[in-house]
Each structure stands twice: as structure tokens, then as C-alpha cells.
Write a protein that binds this ligand. Structure first.
Ligand code: DC
Length: 235
């Protein structure tokens, strides 16, 4: 596909009816992915929520998050599922959508995201979900690792300042007042580690080179406008 592109190409293998959306925190992935999923009747899957759910389960069982074996045991013993529209996550049948957004999980989720054993397990679950029905799946490694045969692949980005200001507004709406400068510093810190290595760097490099992943800068777009942009490229 071209950089302006829409459909991804693989070497002769069949493509999946799936939309892969990668990008950093605050790029607008969730709000865009939910809209695209609703419009196309696809299942919305937030893979970050799954890493958060494993982290929440480990915290509530007092498991050492830096012990990969203990963390894997937690991941293997919990049941993670989504409601029909994909916007609520159930951990062992209980809706923990609010809890996984709390500050402690946010601070500690990197341990689960960095553990190869946890990644392998969650990637398999994500692939199983996408094998059952068309999905719009968002994360960091969807186009490159989870669904390399997705028909449509996007990398969403926005300037750090815009992403920080979106996060700031979200926090205020949730009744949490955190200084803007603190949020911006956190985003810059997360970017530094996210972009250094791993699938997100690979996805961004491919998008920049116009190789199968369309790069969309949402800095100046409302979520509606960004979703319309993806839907137009999917036609
Ligand atoms: O998108 P989020 O903030 O909910 O993601 C939570 C954490 O999980 C964040 O540190 C990035 C990581 N993550 C990942 O490594 N791979 C994914 N596919 C999704 C999220």
C-alpha cells in the first residue's frame, strides 16, 4: 500500500478482515477504534487493557511484578474477557474497567508489558479473538506481531503536548487534578522507552517508510474526524 494507503499487502497470504491500530498513549487510538468498530460492526479490542488486567490481578494477589514466573502464573490463572461491544473488561467475570485505569496499575503495567512470557500469552488470546470475527484492535504491536495479515493497518500519532492535554482533560473529567507539566513529563518518559526498542518502533518505522501501515497524525483532528479518515481509507 502507499503511505496514503488503505489496504495492506502480504506475500500471497490471505488478508484478515481486521483493523490494526498502533500508536503511543494519547494518540486517540481508543476513541477512534471504538468509532470505527461501531461503524463497521467489528469487535473492538483494547489490548492495553489486557496488560493492565494481568497487572491488576498480580497487585491484588500481592505477587512480585518483577518475578516473570509468578506473573505468568497469574496470567495463566485468570480469565480475561470483554463485553459484547468490547468497551468493558471482565477479570474472572468481574467488570474491572475502572480499576485498570487507576494510578497504581498505570505505574506498574510496564512489568507485564515487558515480560516476553506475558506478551506471548496475551498475543495468542488476541489472535484467537480476531480469528472468531472481524476486529478493530488497538495496541502497540498489532500490525507487526499480533495481526500482521490485517487488511487495514494504521499508526496513530499526535504531538506530545496535544497528547498530554487530552490526558489532562480526561483526568479532570474523572475528578483527578494532576499538573499538566507532570502529565507531559510522563508522556515523554513513556515515549522514550516505547520508541527505543520493540514493535512500536518497528510499526512507526514502517509507517514512516510508507510500507503497509498508514501514518495518521491526529493532533488537529477531533475523534470523529480521525475515525472518518480511517473509514475513508478502508473503502
Ligand atoms: O494503551 P495502554 O496505556 O492501556 O497500555 C498499557 C500498557 O501496555 C502500556 O505500557 C503499553 C503496553 N502495551 C503493550 O506493550 N502492547 C500492547 N499491544 C498494548 C499495550
Amino acid at each position: 500500500m502507499s503511505a496514503a494507503g488503505n489496504e495492506s499487502r502480504t506475500d500471497g497470504e490471505a488478508l484478515m478482515e481486521a483493523v490494526a491500530i498502533d500508536g503511543p498513549a494519547g494518540a486517540g487510538k481508543s476513541s477512534v477504534a471504538k468509532r470505527v468498530a461501531a461503524r463497521r460492526g467489528f469487535l473492538y479490542v483494547d489490548t492495553g487493557a489486557m496488560y493492565r488486567a494481568v497487572t491488576l490481578a498480580a497487585i491484588s494477589r500481592n505477587v512480585d511484578l518483577q518475578d516473570p514466573e509468578a506473573l505468568l502464573a497469574v496470567a495463566e490463572s485468570v480469565d480475561i474477557s470483554f463485553n459484547a461491544s468490547g468497551d468493558r473488561l471482565l477479570l474472572d467475570g468481574t467488570d474491572v474497567s475502572a480499576e485498570i485505569r487507576g494510578p497504581e496499575v498505570a505505574r506498574k503495567v510496564r512489568f507485564a508489558a515487558r515480560a516476553p512470557e506475558i506478551r506471548a500469552r496475551l498475543v495468542k488470546m488476541q489472535q484467537d479473538l480476531a480469528g472468531k470475527r472481524p476486529v478493530v484492535m488497538e495496541g502497540r504491536d498489532i500490525a507487526t506481531v499480533v495481526l500482521p495479515r490485517a487488511r487495514w493497518k494504521f499508526f496513530l500519532t499526535a504531538s506530545p503536548e496535544i497528547r498530554a492535554s487530552r490526558r489532562h482533560s480526561e483526568m479532570l473529567a474523572a475528578g483527578r487534578e494532576i499538573p499538566f507539566a507532570e502529565i507531559l513529563a510522563d508522556i515523554q518518559r513513556r515515549d522514550a522507552s516505547d520508541y527505543q526498542v520493540g514493535p512500536m518502533k518497528e510499526a512507526l518505522d514502517l509507517a514512516r517508510a510508507g510500507q503497509g501501515i498508514a501514518l495518521i497524525d491526529t493532533s488537529e483532528m477531533t475523534p470523529e474526524r480521525a475515525a472518518a479518515e480511517l473509514l475513508a481509507r478502508m473503502k
